[in-house]
Design a protein around this ligand. Structure first.
Ligand code: ATP
Ligand code: MG
Length: 642
C-alpha cells in the first residue's frame, strides 16, 4: 500500500499523544518501522547516548522517492486506510505520526531505495525560522535496497525537553533495553547495536528453536535459559508460547518479564495478574517470576489503539485471556517434577468455549528435568537396583505410615494453636488418599531406573544421595517431603468442595450495587469455595457460612477482595490462596525434620513419591528440592579423561 494521508474522521479515532520522550522512544519507533518494512537485517548506530545521533539502517522494502516527503507528514501512513483496517491492524505502526514527530524535534534525514528504483534518494525536511516546513526536493544518494533514518541533535530546538534527559549512559541503557525487548520478538531479524565505535550487541538471525534459544540466552542470560521451560499451547483461538522461568529461578525484581501480544511488547495489568497467579503456590515469598512469553490471537480481538505508545492494549475478551494464561502456566508449572515426559503432558483444563484439540508441546529445557530413563540393566554398573529392589516395596508402607498418616500430622501440631485441628472426616479422607497413593515400585517389573534413581545414603540427616542413570541425585529431604505432604493435603481438601461452616451470627457486608450483582452472578463459585452469601438489599450482603479452615480469618475483607477480583478478571484464587497457606504451614510441621534418620527403603519411597507429585521440583516456599550431578560433571571435578 502507498503512503496516504488519513482522512480526518480516522485521525480522530487514533489515540493521540506525544511519543518522543527520549532517545529510547526514537529507537523504538524507528525499529518498528524497519520491522513493518519486512527487514531481515537492522544496524543501529548510536552516538552520545542517542542525543547526538541515532542512525538505523534496514534492508526492508524501502520508500519510493515520491513518497518520501509524505512519510514525514502528519497522519500519513501506508499501513491503514480505513476504520476496518484499524480494527484489524497487524503492523506495529498505524498512526502515521512517528517520523513527523521525530523530524520536528531533531535534524532528520531519510535515505531509501526500493527494489524497482535504480537510484536511492535522500530527503531532509528543512524548517524556516518560524517552524514552518520549507519545501525541498529529494537528492540522489548511493543506497542499497532498504532505508536509513539518521536522527541528529535530538531536542536541539526544545531545550525544555533536553533538560529532562539523564546522563548519556542512562539514556543509552534505556535505549539498549528497547533494542533487546524488540529483538526478542523478532528472532528472524539480525540486529547489531553500536555505541560510538563500540559494538554492544550482535544478534544473528535465528532460523530455528536452537537459534531462538541462543537469542533468549544472549538477552536474558544463560542461567534463565537453563532454568526455564519452553511451552507452546493453543486453544480457543489463543496461542501462548515462549519460555517460563522455573519457580526456583525467581528474581528479587520484576525485571525479567517480557510479554508480547501479536509481536508487540506490552505492559498490562490483566496479563501480569494472570501470570502471577499461574505461579501461585510455587514461588518463594516476595519473589518475581521470569518469562519471555508470546500471546497470539486474531488482531480484531485486541485493541492496540488504546494508548499512543501502544504499550497498553485492550482485550475484547479479557476474562477468557486471563483464564487461558493462568491455566496454561499453572498446568505447565505443576508438571515440573522429575519424570515429566512431554508426550504424556495433559492439556490444562480450559473453560467450556476452549477448543481442546490443540496440541500442547512441552519441552523441559532444564537439563536435570529430562533425565534419560534407561531400559537397559547393563547401564547400571553397580547392579544396585536389583539388590535393593526386593526390600523396597515391602518397606514402603513403613515410610507411608511414618510420615503421611493423619496421626503424625495431629501430633506434630500440638502447640500450634493457630492451626485448626483436622476434622475426623478430613483425616479419614486423608488417610484413604495416602493409602491409595502408596508407592508401588513399578520400576522393578520394567527393569528401568526411575528418574530420581535409588537411594544410596543419607548425609548429615539432611540430604538423600541417590544414584540414577545420569549420576548422582541430591535431595533435600525436608523440602521434598513438605511439598509431597502439601500436595496430598490440597488434593484431599479440594476433592469435592471445600468444607463449609455456618456462622452463628451471620455477618453483614455493605457493598456496591455492582458488587452485589456480582455476588449473585457468582453464587455457585462462592458456594464451591465454602461460602454462603445472601443478598439482603441491593447494597447489602449477608455472609452465612465460611470455609471452615478460614473461620478465624478476616472473612469480610476476603469476600470483598474476591468480589473485586471477580469484577475485574472473572476469577479469583484468593480463597484457595488463604486455605493453601494454612495447609502449607500444616505440611511444614507435618513433614520429616532434618536429623531424622531414614532407612534406604524409606528414602526410596520418598523418591518415588516425588516423581509422582505435582510441583515436586520446589518446596512450598519455592526452594529447589533436588539437584542432579551427572557423571560428566563429576568427571570434570576430578579431571578424569582430560
Ligand atoms: N524503515 C522504513 N522502511 C519502509 N517504509 C518506512 C520506513 N519507515 C517509515 N516508512 C513509511 O513511512 C510511513 C510513516 O512512518 P511513521 O512511523 O511516521 O508512521 P507509521 O509507521 O505508519 O505509524 P506510527 O506513527 O504508528 O508509527 C510508514 O507508514 C511507512 O510507509
Ligand atoms: Mg511507525
Amino acid at each position: 500500500m502507498a503512503i496516504k494521508q488519513l482522512p480526518p474522521h480516522l485521525v480522530n479515532q487514533i489515540a493521540a499523544g506525544e511519543v518522543v520522550e527520549r532517545p529510547a522512544s526514537v529507537v523504538k519507533e524507528l525499529l518498528e518501522n524497519a520491522i513493518d518494512a519486512g527487514s531481515t537485517k537492522i544496524e543501529i548506530d548510536i552516538e552520545q547516548g542517542g542525543v547526538k545521533r541515532i542512525r538505523i539502517r534496514d534492508n526492508g522494502k524501502g520508500i519510493p522517492k515520491e513518497e518520501l516527503s509524505l512519510a514525514l507528514s502528519r497522519h500519513a501512513t501506508s499501513k491503514i486506510a480505513s476504520l476496518d483496517d484499524l480494527e484489524h491492524v497487524a503492523s506495529l505502526g498505524f498512526r502515521g505520526e512517528a517520523l513527523p514527530s521525530i523530524a520536528s524535534v531533531s535534524r532528520l534525514t531519510v535515505s531509501s531505495k526500493t527494489e524497482d528504483s535504480e537510484q536511492g534518494w535522500a530527503f531532509s525536511p528543512q524548517h524556516t525560522d518560524d517552524g514552518q516546513e520549507d519545501f525541498v526536493e529529494p537528492e540522489p544518494v548511493a543506497h542499497a535496497k532498504g532505508t536509513t533514518i539518521d536522527v541528529r541533535d535530538l531536542f536541539y530546538n526544545v531545550p525544555a525537553r533536553r533538560k529532562f534527559l539523564k546522563t548519556e549512559n542512562t539514556e543509552f541503557k534505556h535505549l539498549a533495553d528497547v533494542v533487546k525487548k524488540i529483538s526478542l520478538s523478532n528472532f528472524q531479524i539480525g540486529i547489531t547495536l553500536r555505541h560510538g565505535q563500540r559494538s554492544v550487541l550482535t544478534l544473528q538471525p535465528a532460523k530455528d528453536r536452537m537459534g531462538a534459544d541462543r537469542r533468549v540466552a544472549d538477552i536474558c542470560g544463560p542461567a534463565f535459559m537453563e532454568q526455564s521451560l519452553y511451552l507452546d499451547y493453543e486453544a480457543a483461538g489463543l496461542k501462548l508460547w515462549g519460555w517460563v522461568g522455573l519457580p526456583t529461578f525467581s528474581r528479587s525484581q520484576a525485571d525479567l518479564q517480557y510479554f508480547y501480544v501479536n509481536g508487540r511488547m506490552i505492559r498490562d495489568r490483566l496479563v501480569t495478574h494472570a501470570v502471577r497467579q499461574g505461579y501461585s503456590d510455587v514461588l518463594y515469598h516476595g519473589r518475581h517470576p521470569a518469562y519471555v512469553l508470546f500471546l497470539e490471537m486474531a488482531p480484531e480481538k485486541v485493541d492496540v489503539n488504546a494508548h499512543p505508545t501502544k504499550h497498553e492494549v485492550r482485550f475484547r475478551e479479557g476474562r477468557l485471556v486471563h483464564d487461558f494464561l493462568y491455566r496454561t502456566l499453572h498446568k505447565a508449572l505443576a508438571d515440573v517434577r522429575p519424570n515429566v515426559d512431554s508426550s504424556q503432558m495433559d492439556a490444562p483444563d480450559l473453560p467450556e468455549q476452549a477448543n481442546h484439540s490443540a496440541s500442547f508441546q512441552y519441552t523441559p529445557t532444564q537439563q536435570n528435568l529430562s533425565i534419560p530413563v534407561s531400559n537397559n540393566n547393563s547401564n547400571n554398573p553397580t547392579g544396585f537396583q536389583r539388590e535393593q529392589g526386593g526390600q523396597v516395596a515391602e518397606q514402603m508402607a513403613v515410610y507411608g505410615r511414618m510420615h503421611e498418616s493423619p496421626d503424625s500430622f495431629q501430633r506434630s501440631q500440638i502447640g500450634q494453636s493457630k492451626l485448626p485441628p483436622l476434622s475426623e472426616d478430613f483425616s479419614k479422607r486423608m488417610s484413604a488418599q495416602v493409602t491409595a497413593s502408596m508407592p508401588v515400585d513399578s520400576s522393578q517389573e520394567t527393569g528401568q531406573v526411575p528418574p530420581l534413581g535409588f537411594a544410596v545414603a543419607q548425609l548429615h540427616g539432611i540430604y538423600i544421595l541417590a544414584e540414577n542413570a545420569e549420576g548422582l541425585v541430591v535431595v533435600d529431604m525436608h523440602a521434598a517431603h513438605e511439598r509431597i505432604t502439601y500436595e496430598h493435603l490440597k488434593n484431599s481438601m479440594y476433592e469435592d468442595t471445600v468444607r463449609s461452616q455456618p456462622l452463628l451470627v451471620p455477618s453483614s457486608l455493605a457493598v456496591s450495587q455492582k458488587e452485589g450483582d456480582c455476588a449473585e452472578e457468582f453464587a455457585n463459585t462462592f458456594e464451591k469455595l465454602g461460602f454462603e452469601l445472601n443478598r439482603l438489599a441491593p447494597e447489602k450482603l449477608a455472609i452465612r457460612a465460611v470455609p471452615s479452615l478460614l473461620k478465624d480469618s478476616n472473612v469480610e475483607q476476603l469476600v470483598r477482595d474476591v468480589l473485586s477480583d471477580l469484577l475485574e478478571h472473572g476469577t479469583s484464587q484468593r480463597v484457595e490462596e488463604e486455605i493453601n497457606e494454612i495447609l502449607s504451614t500444616m505440611a511444614c510441621h507435618g513433614s520429616v525434620r532434618a536429623n531424622h534418620r531414614l532407612s534406604i527403603p524409606e528414602m526410596n519411597a520418598l523418591l518415588r513419591d516425588m516423581e509422582r507429585t505435582e510441583r515436586s521440583g520446589q518446596c512450598n516456599h519455592g526452594r529447589p528440592t533436588w539437584t542432579q550431578m551427572s557423571i560428566d560433571q563429576l568427571d570434570k571435578l576430578f579431571m578424569r579423561g582430560q
